[in-house]
Ligand binder design. Structure first.
Ligand SMILES: [Zn+2]
Length: 471
């Protein structure tokens, strides 16, 4: 079955057919973090979902090129730079590093490219230049450059592809900020913001005077630079649909770089909002969680990831600390079952259990239906537990289950961080050593320890259990 999901562009669930179907390649862009502070759990819902989509595509045999930008220049950053007296790069480097630590703690695969806006100023200026040449942009009296929606539409551009817009409702005052008084029409948006005193040292030269790029143009410039003028998938949180993504389409298609009848992006995928403890996250309500807050409370990245992956991406999800406790219990059941399977397999190998794999892939193919996927996994856990109790688990059967699980876990990305990169046979040996120790069979436990050592791994006993470390 083909992978299908909800394309915001067509407002319907569609089969995924990449722009180059024969090549089995997929270009994926996701709007990345603004590095002005630690990212919160709502931001990470989008990144974990994007990681799931990438892993699903890779599992289905696509060579995915995953790009995520780093927004390292915008109003809040400039304000903080002025307050802290740090340089822009000094200030953002701290939050960028923290972001990737959290990203990794949640088991997200690092995108192939993570361009920073400030490293792509030349590409941004060149794209604005193309829009100026084509008459889609204008320099206003304040020195800023704006995109003209009217001129874009006059030349056949379609504004409102992602969201049906009512221009009548866009009254002046609602959308016009004080620094954008010079633009010709209310809906026009800044491509290049002229330097103002409050920008301090944060500005770059351009053909239109000193200033800095607008946020929307960053994503158009960076995505097209790294994925080409037309690419397969663009992702982000639903709050970015308008104006950010709509404006990205206008700029990118307005520059006219696509081949005839090719869109900027074929599929737009948006993840829904996240509530925390039933409410919109807010620092004053005490329900504002960063990943590091949750790690400090003793939860693991794997538990957080699991919880985020239990809800369908198009549903608003209520993230709670109670939910994290539930995640811990569920993962405990799963890990216990995997331990029993490793014991029962006793080193046997077998091809993956196709029935489990089929149920799992069918669920994810159906608009990333994670509930059905978890349903199949926990049904399998229950069956395994029944067999283990009755003593009816054959080694080949256990090995087939483990082989299927290896594939499933490559998509879900729920590998414990401490076991990441450790070959499954070594994990099985560790498991057997633990069992031997519990049974007070120290001779066997020592023999297994020596066997692991000969494979290049030493055992580290920690309060959380035994771990393997490279020797
Ligand atoms: Zn973006």
């Amino acid at each position: 079955m083909a992978l299908r999901f909800f394309n915001t562009l067509s407002r319907s669930v569609q089969d995924f057919v990449p722009l180059q179907p024969d090549a089995k390649r997929a270009g994926l862009y996701c709007c990345g973090p603004t590095v002005h502070d630690f990212a919160h759990i709502g931001n990470f819902r989008t990144f974990v979902f994007t990681d799931l989509v990438r892993r699903c595509l890779e599992f289905k045999g696509y060579a995915v090129r995953h790009v995520m930008n780093i927004t390292d220049v915008e109003d809040k950053i400039i304000q903080r730079v002025a307050e802290t007296k740090a340089s822009l790069r000094e200030y953002t480097a701290k939050y960028e590093a923290a972001f990737f630590e959290d990203f990794q703690a949640l088991g997200c695969l690092r995108p192939h490219e993570t361009p920073r806006a400030t490293d792509c100023i030349a590409d941004i200026i060149s794209l604005i230049g193309k829009l100026m040449e084509r008459g889609m942009a204008y320099r206003a009296t304040d020195g800023s450059v704006y995109f003209s929606i009217e001129k874009y539409q006059a030349r056949g551009g379609r504004y409102g592809q992602l969201l049906k817009l009512n221009f009548e409702e866009m009254r002046p005052g609602q959308r016009v900020s004080s620094d954008e008084y010079a633009k010709e029409a209310v809906a026009d948006f800044a491509l290049w913001k002229a330097r103002v005193p409050a920008d301090g040292p944060v500005f770059w030269p351009s053909p239109w005077g000193e200033g800095r790029p607008g946020w929307h143009i960053e994503c158009s410039a960076m995505s097209m630079k790294l994925l080409g003028p037309s690419f397969d998938l663009h992702m982000g949180g639903e709050d970015l649909i308008f104006p950010h993504h709509e404006d990205e389409i206008a700029q990118s298609e307005g520059a006219g770089l696509q081949a005839p009848r090719q869109p900027f992006v074929k599929y737009w995928l948006h993840g829904a909002h996240l509530l925390a403890e039933g409410k919109k996250m807010s620092k004053s309500l005490g329900n504002y969680f960063t990943v590091r807050d949750l790690l400090a409370k003793g939860f693991t990245g794997r538990e957080i990831r699991y919880l985020l992956l239990t809800a369908h991406y198009r549903e608003t999800f209520n993230f709670t600390l109670e939910g994290l406790q539930g995640a811990r219990t569920a993962l405990g059941r799963l890990d216990e079952c995997l331990g029993k399977l490793r014991e029962a397999a006793a080193g046997a190998t077998a091809p993956p259990d196709e029935s489990l794999l089929q149920q799992f892939t069918a669920a994810l193919d159906d608009d990333f239906n994670v509930s059905a996927a978890w349903g199949a996994i926990f049904e399998w856990v229950r069956n395994n537990n029944r067999l283990a109790v009755s003593g009816g688990m054959r080694p080949e059967q256990a090995a087939a289950g483990l082989a299927a699980w290896q594939k499933i876990v490559s998509v879900l990305g729920l590998v414990p961080i401490e076991s990441a990169g450790i070959p499954p046979p070594c994990l099985a040996l560790l498991e057997q050593r633990e069992t031997a120790r519990k049974a007070k069979d120290f001779k066997r436990a020592d023999a297994l320890r020596d066997q692991l050592k000969s494979e290049g791994w030493i055992i580290e006993d920690t309060p959380k259990g035994a771990r393997l470390k490279r020797f």
